[in-house]
Structures are given as structure tokens and as C-alpha cells.
Design a protein around this ligand. Structure first.
Ligand SMILES: Cc1ncc(COP(=O)(O)O)c(C=O)c1O
Length: 398
């Protein structure tokens, strides 16, 4: 056995990517799997964005760029932050990266260190704790109960803060719960973070897939937090551009420059063609964004109704954003089929994949072992067929 770096040896593969990979593998073998595991829109990238990429290729924009992205892209990101979030950032306070994931990994690695603690309200997107762990800091997972809408309660945040706490990572709308924070709730959280002098990291990747207008931004609610605040966003979900790999971080210049220094050493600039396509995405007409959000809204109604009709699935909170339902399956724990017993969301997802040929993601790695995540980034037709299969599967349990 080879000796690996200790942090890498402890690193788990991403549960969401693993679930999607298992479904793909089965599909490649000719098995008719319906995947509700994906964390990406099923729509194609809008044509105007593809055309901008073709243009960039034709013009030979094929060279290295500034590590943190070309100035025109940073200006487009600054204009987006002003238009959508009423936040003011200079190009020098912005770093474009190969997806929000890379921006987050680099900023987290730049800001936090051994001995630090970083609070992550849970259930949370699986990669956040991994990124904090890789920086050497300790992820402190603070449970946000289903009865509280999966939102971080201010008292729970206060209790989790120790002299070692350096930051909090918020994600609204949330992957996996679809929970969205109100302005007044954000105000309470912001006050606690300010008092404790914490970094506030705001992951906004689902902001445009939100069913009551754009969610309020914590740095708009409490502008003083901006001095120790980082905005993370991405074009992946908003413009159906997951494969293009483009996202960004915006924050105080010193923090962004440090993160870009790391990016410069470990990967370099995000793809040059993608950067030109991203300028078009951010500055061109935004009708496609609204159209996609409308379709997600229709699917949400379908999914909420169908999940609630499944025996043993409980979905007390209607998701307010993102494209996931996160039902509670505690009633099914201990039930069996074909000699296999459901012990958690993970075993449930594995059994459902084999027995019903529907892929979803178990909640264990999100910090919610009695839940499963169902993505509705799938056509209404596939969603209906998947729920028919699930209903049949549940009849077989005993
Ligand atoms: C909450 C959250 N943040 C960030 C990302 C990563 O997005 P990107 O494709 O831009 O790296 C995801 C992707 O699933 C996500 O769910």
C-alpha cells in the first residue's frame, strides 16, 4: 500500500458524484436507469453562449490568461453582482475559477489553517466539509433541524462559536434542502458573525433557481460583513454550464489575491474560451435564465406532490430554491426487500437503484442519514416515470 498524504488519505469521494457515476455505469451496460441524482440542469447551454465560445475560438483566444481571469470577465461579474445583488466589487476583488468549487477550495485554503474551526450549517453540500478539512481547519457541523426548516438557528450558531472559530459557510438556496434564508434571519446571523469577528462565506450558486424572486444577500442585509465576507457564485446552474467550469469568488482584495496566488500555483486560469462565453452569459439577455427557473418551478410542484404521496416519505418543507427535494425516510428504516435492509438514506439509495432502477443520493454525506436527495433536474416525463417506479418499489418492502 502506498503512503498517501494524511489529508488525502482521509478524503472521501464526493457522494453526489459517486451516485451519478453508478447510474451512468448501469446505463452504459444497457440498464434503463432514471437518474434523479444529478446536481446539474438537464437543459443545454443557451445558443447565444455557445456562439460566443465559437467566436472566441475563431479569434484564437486560446492562450493562458491572467490567473484570476480576464479583466472584461471580472467587469461582467462586478456588473452581475451589482444588478442581481446590489453589491459593489472592483475587478481586483474578483477571482474567476474553474467552477465555484475551485474558487471555494482556493479561498478556504487561503483563509483557514490548522487549529481553526469553520462552521457549516448541516445538511450541507458534501464538498464544503472536505474543503475545510483539506485546509487543515476543522469543519464544525451545526445541525439545522427539519422542524426549523433546515435553517441555522441563531442560538445554535452562538453555541457553536468557540475562540477557535474563524468562519461560517452559508448556502442559500441550499443544496440539498432547498431552504432559503429570509432577510431578517440573515440579519440575525450577520450580527452574531460580526460580534465574533468571523469570516462569512456565502455560496449563492442556486440564487436564480429560487421560487420567490432572488433571495436576499447577507452582505446587502449587513454591509459591514463585506469586509470579512466572500461571495461565491457560478455559471454552472444559472446558465446550464456545468461542464464549462466557470465560477468566481468576490471579496476583500487581500483574501482574493492570496487565493489567486494559490490558483496560480496549482492550476492557473480558468479555460480561456469559457471566459469569453461567460461574459456573454452574464451580460446578454437573461430570458433563458427565467425560462429555466419557470420549468424548475413546475417540476417542483410535481415532485412535492409525488414525494408526499409515497408511503414512508415525509416532506414537511416545500423547497424554496435549488432543484432538490430532501424527504425524510425514517419510517422506512429497518424495512427489507430481497434480503437487504434499509439502514439509512445511503442504503435506501443503493437498494432503490438496484431494485427500482432510479438513482438518487443518500443523505448520509450531507449530514442527514435519514434523508435522500431527489434531484428534479430531469424532464417531467422522467420524473413521473421515476415516481411510478418508486411507488411500485415501496409495495415490495416488508
Ligand atoms: C452548493 C454548491 N456550491 C457549489 C457547487 C459547485 O458548482 P460549480 O459547478 O460551479 O463548481 C455546487 C455543485 O453542485 C453546489 O451544489
Amino acid at each position: 500500500m502506498i503512503k498517501l498524504n494524511r489529508r488525502i488519505a482521509e478524503l472521501k469521494p464526493s457522494a453526489t458524484m459517486a451516485a451519478e457515476a453508478r447510474a451512468t455505469e448501469m446505463k452504459e451496460k444497457g440498464i434503463d436507469v432514471i437518474s434523479l441524482a444529478a446536481g446539474e440542469p438537464d437543459f443545454d447551454t443557451p445558443e447565444r453562449i455557445k456562439e460566443a465560445a465559437r467566436r472566441a475560438l475563431k479569434e484564437g483566444r486560446t492562450k493562458y490568461t491572467t490567473v484570476s481571469g480576464i479583466t472584461d470577465l471580472k467587469k461582467a461579474i462586478a456588473a452581475k453582482l451589482k444588478r442581481d445583488n446590489q453589491l459593489d466589487y472592483e475587478p481586483g476583488e474578483i477571482m474567476a475559477s474553474a467552477g465555484c468549487k475551485q474558487a471555494e477550495a482556493n479561498v478556504i485554503a487561503a483563509l483557514f489553517d490548522e487549529g481553526d474551526e469553520v462552521i457549516i450549517p448541516t445538511p450541507a453540500w458534501v464538498s464544503l466539509a472536505a474543503m475545510v478539512g483539506l485546509s487543515g481547519a476543522k469543519p464544525v457541523l451545526v445541525p439545522c433541524p427539519e422542524s426549523a426548516g433546515f435553517l441555522l438557528r441563531p442560538d445554535d450558531l452562538k453555541r457553536a462559536i468557540t475562540p477557535k472559530t474563524r468562519g461560517v459557510i452559508l448556502n442559500s438556496p441550499s443544496n440539498p434542502t432547498g431552504a432559503v434564508y429570509s432577510a431578517s434571519h440573515l440579519g440575525e446571523i450577520a450580527k452574531i458573525a460580526l460580534d465574533a469577528d468571523l469570516w462569512m462565506l456565502s455560496d449563492d450558486v442556486y440564487e436564480h433557481i429560487s421560487y420567490d424572486g432572488l433571495p436576499p444577500h447577507i452582505f446587502r442585509v449587513e454591509p459591514r460583513l463585506r469586509n470579512k465576507g466572500i461571495v461565491f457564485n457560478s455559471l454552472s446552474k444559472t446558465y446550464a454550464m456545468t461542464g464549462w467550469r466557470i465560477g468566481f469568488a468576490a471579496g476583500p482584495k487581500e483574501a482574493i489575491t492570496a487565493a489567486a496566488r494559490l490558483q496560480g500555483q496549482n492550476s492557473g486560469n480558468p479555460n480561456s474560451i469559457t471566459q469569453f462565453a461567460a461574459i456573454e452569459a452574464l451580460t446578454g439577455p437573461q430570458d433563458d435564465v427565467r425560462k429555466m427557473a419557470e420549468e424548475f418551478r413546475a417540476r417542483r410542484s410535481l415532485v412535492v406532490d409525488r414525494v408526499r404521496a409515497l408511503k414512508g416519505f415525509k416532506l414537511p418543507n416545500v423547497p424554496q430554491g435549488a432543484f432538490y427535494a430532501f424527504p425524510n425516510i425514517s419510517e422506512l428504516i429497518g424495512k427489507s426487500v430481497g434480503g437487504r435492509t434499509i439502514e439509512s438514506g445511503d442504503t435506501m439509495a443503493a437498494i432503490v437503484l438496484d431494485e427500482a432502477k432510479v438513482a438518487m443520493v443518500g443523505g448520509n454525506d450531507f449530514g442527514a442519514p435519514h434523508h435522500v436527495r431527489i434531484s428534479y433536474a430531469a424532464s417531467r416525463e422522467n420524473l413521473s416515470a421515476a415516481f411510478d417506479r418508486l411507488a411500485d418499489f415501496l409495495k415490495k418492502l416488508n
